[in-house]
Write a protein that binds this ligand. Sequence first.
Ligand code: CTP
Ligand code: MG
Length: 229
Amino acid sequence: MTCGAVIPAAGRGQRLGGRDKALLPLAGRPALAWILEALAHSGQIDEIVVVASQANAAAIESLCQVSKLWIPVRVTFGGAERALSVRAGVECLSPSVKLVLIHDAARPLLTPELVQRAVAMAHRHGAVVAAVPVVDTIKQVSADGRVVTTPERSTLVAAQTPQVFRLDWLREAYCRVGAGLATVTDEATLLERSGFPVYIFPGDPENIKLTTPFDVTIAELLLDYRSRK
Ligand code: CTP
Ligand code: MG
Protein backbone atom coordinates (compact mmCIF):
# COMPACT_ATOMS: atom_id res chain seq x y z
CA MET A 1 0.00 0.00 0.00
CA THR A 2 1.60 3.28 -1.11
CA CYS A 3 2.50 5.48 1.88
CA GLY A 4 3.28 9.18 1.63
CA ALA A 5 4.73 11.32 4.41
CA VAL A 6 3.77 14.93 5.10
CA ILE A 7 6.14 17.02 7.25
CA PRO A 8 4.66 20.31 8.46
CA ALA A 9 7.60 22.73 8.75
CA ALA A 10 5.89 26.08 8.15
CA GLY A 11 5.80 27.25 11.78
CA ARG A 12 7.55 30.34 13.10
CA GLY A 13 9.12 28.89 16.25
CA GLN A 14 7.84 31.77 18.35
CA ARG A 15 8.37 29.98 21.67
CA LEU A 16 11.93 29.37 20.53
CA GLY A 17 12.63 33.06 20.02
CA GLY A 18 11.68 32.93 16.34
CA ARG A 19 14.25 30.25 15.41
CA ASP A 20 13.22 27.96 12.57
CA LYS A 21 12.85 24.46 14.03
CA ALA A 22 13.16 22.55 10.75
CA LEU A 23 16.50 24.19 9.96
CA LEU A 24 17.83 24.23 13.50
CA PRO A 25 21.32 22.66 13.57
CA LEU A 26 21.37 19.70 15.95
CA ALA A 27 24.47 17.55 16.43
CA GLY A 28 25.82 18.79 13.11
CA ARG A 29 22.73 18.54 10.90
CA PRO A 30 19.44 20.43 10.56
CA ALA A 31 16.46 18.90 12.38
CA LEU A 32 14.70 18.20 9.10
CA ALA A 33 17.69 16.24 7.76
CA TRP A 34 17.46 13.81 10.70
CA ILE A 35 13.76 13.30 9.97
CA LEU A 36 14.21 12.75 6.22
CA GLU A 37 16.89 10.18 6.96
CA ALA A 38 14.70 8.28 9.43
CA LEU A 39 11.80 8.23 6.94
CA ALA A 40 13.99 7.00 4.09
CA HIS A 41 15.68 4.31 6.19
CA SER A 42 12.36 2.95 7.43
CA GLY A 43 11.75 1.43 4.00
CA GLN A 44 8.03 2.19 4.46
CA ILE A 45 7.69 5.60 2.81
CA ASP A 46 7.27 6.03 -0.95
CA GLU A 47 7.26 9.83 -1.14
CA ILE A 48 7.66 12.86 1.12
CA VAL A 49 6.04 16.29 1.05
CA VAL A 50 7.67 18.96 3.23
CA VAL A 51 5.42 21.94 3.99
CA ALA A 52 7.44 25.16 4.18
CA SER A 53 6.77 28.83 4.88
CA GLN A 54 7.63 31.75 2.62
CA ALA A 55 10.57 32.39 4.94
CA ASN A 56 12.18 28.93 4.89
CA ALA A 57 11.08 27.40 1.55
CA ALA A 58 14.31 28.13 -0.34
CA ALA A 59 16.51 26.75 2.46
CA ILE A 60 14.29 23.65 2.81
CA GLU A 61 14.34 23.11 -0.95
CA SER A 62 18.14 23.08 -1.00
CA LEU A 63 18.33 20.89 2.12
CA CYS A 64 16.09 18.33 0.38
CA GLN A 65 18.33 18.42 -2.68
CA VAL A 66 21.58 17.90 -0.81
CA SER A 67 20.01 15.08 1.22
CA LYS A 68 20.06 12.96 -1.98
CA LEU A 69 17.26 10.70 -0.80
CA TRP A 70 16.24 7.73 -2.91
CA ILE A 71 12.55 8.58 -2.53
CA PRO A 72 10.93 11.66 -4.10
CA VAL A 73 10.68 14.75 -1.90
CA ARG A 74 8.51 17.74 -2.81
CA VAL A 75 8.24 21.11 -1.05
CA THR A 76 5.02 23.09 -0.87
CA PHE A 77 3.76 26.15 1.01
CA GLY A 78 1.81 25.91 4.27
CA GLY A 79 -0.91 27.99 5.91
CA ALA A 80 -1.39 30.15 8.98
CA GLU A 81 -2.06 27.19 11.31
CA ARG A 82 -0.49 23.76 11.57
CA ALA A 83 -3.62 21.90 10.43
CA LEU A 84 -3.87 24.09 7.32
CA SER A 85 -0.23 23.38 6.53
CA VAL A 86 -0.78 19.64 6.85
CA ARG A 87 -3.79 19.80 4.54
CA ALA A 88 -1.75 21.72 1.97
CA GLY A 89 0.83 18.92 2.12
CA VAL A 90 -1.81 16.21 1.81
CA GLU A 91 -3.11 17.89 -1.34
CA CYS A 92 0.34 17.45 -2.92
CA LEU A 93 0.50 13.67 -2.50
CA SER A 94 0.43 11.47 -5.59
CA PRO A 95 -2.92 9.89 -6.54
CA SER A 96 -1.51 6.43 -5.78
CA VAL A 97 -1.03 7.22 -2.07
CA LYS A 98 -3.36 5.25 0.22
CA LEU A 99 -1.78 5.88 3.65
CA VAL A 100 -0.42 9.19 4.89
CA LEU A 101 2.10 9.54 7.70
CA ILE A 102 2.19 12.99 9.30
CA HIS A 103 5.23 13.98 11.34
CA ASP A 104 6.12 17.40 12.75
CA ALA A 105 9.42 18.92 11.64
CA ALA A 106 9.69 19.90 15.31
CA ARG A 107 10.33 16.24 16.30
CA PRO A 108 13.83 15.45 15.00
CA LEU A 109 14.28 12.29 17.12
CA LEU A 110 12.13 10.18 14.82
CA THR A 111 13.62 6.71 14.21
CA PRO A 112 13.10 4.22 11.36
CA GLU A 113 11.71 1.77 13.96
CA LEU A 114 9.03 4.25 15.05
CA VAL A 115 8.03 4.82 11.41
CA GLN A 116 7.84 1.06 10.84
CA ARG A 117 5.68 0.60 13.95
CA ALA A 118 3.41 3.46 12.87
CA VAL A 119 2.83 2.12 9.36
CA ALA A 120 2.29 -1.46 10.56
CA MET A 121 -0.34 -0.28 13.05
CA ALA A 122 -2.04 1.85 10.40
CA HIS A 123 -2.38 -1.20 8.17
CA ARG A 124 -4.25 -2.86 11.01
CA HIS A 125 -6.42 0.02 12.29
CA GLY A 126 -6.62 2.70 9.55
CA ALA A 127 -5.97 5.63 11.90
CA VAL A 128 -3.18 5.57 14.50
CA VAL A 129 -1.26 7.98 16.68
CA ALA A 130 2.00 7.53 18.59
CA ALA A 131 1.45 8.02 22.31
CA VAL A 132 3.42 7.73 25.53
CA PRO A 133 2.20 7.35 29.12
CA VAL A 134 1.77 10.59 31.05
CA VAL A 135 4.20 10.73 33.97
CA ASP A 136 2.87 13.82 35.73
CA THR A 137 -0.51 14.03 37.40
CA ILE A 138 -2.64 16.18 35.07
CA LYS A 139 -5.06 18.71 36.52
CA GLN A 140 -7.82 20.54 34.73
CA VAL A 141 -7.92 24.11 36.04
CA SER A 142 -10.11 27.17 35.63
CA ALA A 143 -8.86 30.57 34.42
CA ASP A 144 -8.30 31.76 38.02
CA GLY A 145 -6.07 28.78 38.80
CA ARG A 146 -8.56 26.68 40.78
CA VAL A 147 -8.36 22.94 40.21
CA VAL A 148 -11.57 21.74 38.57
CA THR A 149 -10.77 18.07 38.32
CA THR A 150 -7.93 15.54 38.29
CA PRO A 151 -8.43 12.87 35.62
CA GLU A 152 -7.25 9.37 36.53
CA ARG A 153 -3.67 9.26 35.22
CA SER A 154 -3.82 5.67 34.04
CA THR A 155 -6.40 6.72 31.42
CA LEU A 156 -4.20 9.50 29.98
CA VAL A 157 -1.52 9.41 27.30
CA ALA A 158 0.43 12.14 25.53
CA ALA A 159 -0.04 12.13 21.76
CA GLN A 160 2.99 12.57 19.48
CA THR A 161 3.62 12.37 15.81
CA PRO A 162 3.97 10.23 13.71
CA GLN A 163 0.27 9.79 13.10
CA VAL A 164 -0.82 7.63 10.16
CA PHE A 165 -4.19 7.54 8.45
CA ARG A 166 -5.97 6.00 5.53
CA LEU A 167 -6.02 8.88 3.08
CA ASP A 168 -9.69 8.31 2.20
CA TRP A 169 -10.60 8.67 5.91
CA LEU A 170 -8.51 11.82 6.29
CA ARG A 171 -10.11 13.37 3.21
CA GLU A 172 -13.57 12.52 4.55
CA ALA A 173 -12.65 14.12 7.89
CA TYR A 174 -11.50 17.29 6.08
CA CYS A 175 -14.88 17.49 4.33
CA ARG A 176 -16.80 17.05 7.59
CA VAL A 177 -14.83 19.56 9.70
CA GLY A 178 -15.05 22.41 7.20
CA ALA A 179 -13.92 25.77 8.60
CA GLY A 180 -13.23 24.23 12.05
CA LEU A 181 -9.98 22.82 10.70
CA ALA A 182 -7.80 25.78 11.72
CA THR A 183 -8.30 25.14 15.46
CA VAL A 184 -7.51 21.42 15.41
CA THR A 185 -4.08 20.70 16.95
CA ASP A 186 -3.57 17.27 15.43
CA GLU A 187 -5.11 15.14 12.71
CA ALA A 188 -6.09 12.37 15.14
CA THR A 189 -8.53 14.83 16.74
CA LEU A 190 -9.98 15.51 13.32
CA LEU A 191 -10.66 11.84 12.65
CA GLU A 192 -12.06 11.29 16.16
CA ARG A 193 -14.51 14.15 15.65
CA SER A 194 -15.58 12.63 12.38
CA GLY A 195 -16.38 9.35 14.12
CA PHE A 196 -13.48 7.28 12.81
CA PRO A 197 -11.88 4.88 15.31
CA VAL A 198 -8.38 6.13 16.18
CA TYR A 199 -5.93 3.86 17.99
CA ILE A 200 -2.71 4.64 19.83
CA PHE A 201 0.52 2.72 19.43
CA PRO A 202 3.65 2.97 21.59
CA GLY A 203 5.51 6.18 20.77
CA ASP A 204 9.02 6.90 21.97
CA PRO A 205 9.70 9.02 25.08
CA GLU A 206 12.83 10.30 23.28
CA ASN A 207 10.70 11.55 20.38
CA ILE A 208 10.33 14.95 22.02
CA LYS A 209 8.94 18.07 20.37
CA LEU A 210 11.16 21.13 20.17
CA THR A 211 9.10 23.85 21.80
CA THR A 212 11.46 25.74 24.12
CA PRO A 213 15.27 26.15 24.32
CA PHE A 214 15.31 23.41 26.98
CA ASP A 215 13.99 20.89 24.42
CA VAL A 216 16.72 21.90 21.98
CA THR A 217 19.41 21.12 24.57
CA ILE A 218 17.92 17.68 25.25
CA ALA A 219 17.46 16.89 21.53
CA GLU A 220 21.03 17.85 20.76
CA LEU A 221 22.36 15.60 23.54
CA LEU A 222 20.23 12.66 22.39
CA LEU A 223 21.17 13.02 18.70
CA ASP A 224 24.82 13.40 19.60
CA TYR A 225 24.64 10.26 21.77
CA ARG A 226 22.90 8.30 19.00
CA SER A 227 25.41 9.31 16.36
CA ARG A 228 28.27 8.02 18.55
CA LYS A 229 26.69 4.60 19.17
N1 CTP B 1 3.57 24.26 11.63
C1 CTP B 1 3.23 24.45 10.28
N2 CTP B 1 2.45 25.52 9.91
C2 CTP B 1 2.02 26.38 10.85
C3 CTP B 1 2.34 26.22 12.21
C4 CTP B 1 3.13 25.13 12.58
O1 CTP B 1 3.64 23.66 9.43
N3 CTP B 1 1.28 27.42 10.45
C5 CTP B 1 4.42 23.12 12.00
C6 CTP B 1 5.73 23.55 12.67
O2 CTP B 1 6.70 23.90 11.69
C7 CTP B 1 6.09 22.32 13.49
C8 CTP B 1 4.73 21.67 13.78
O3 CTP B 1 3.78 22.30 12.93
O4 CTP B 1 6.88 21.39 12.79
C9 CTP B 1 4.33 21.79 15.23
O5 CTP B 1 4.15 23.16 15.57
P1 CTP B 1 4.88 23.92 16.75
O6 CTP B 1 5.69 22.96 17.58
O7 CTP B 1 3.88 24.78 17.40
O8 CTP B 1 5.98 24.81 15.97
P2 CTP B 1 5.90 26.37 15.65
O9 CTP B 1 4.52 26.73 15.26
O10 CTP B 1 7.01 26.65 14.69
O11 CTP B 1 6.28 27.02 17.05
P3 CTP B 1 5.51 28.19 17.85
O12 CTP B 1 4.10 27.69 18.06
O13 CTP B 1 6.28 28.37 19.11
O14 CTP B 1 5.58 29.41 16.96
MG1 MG C 1 2.89 26.54 16.72
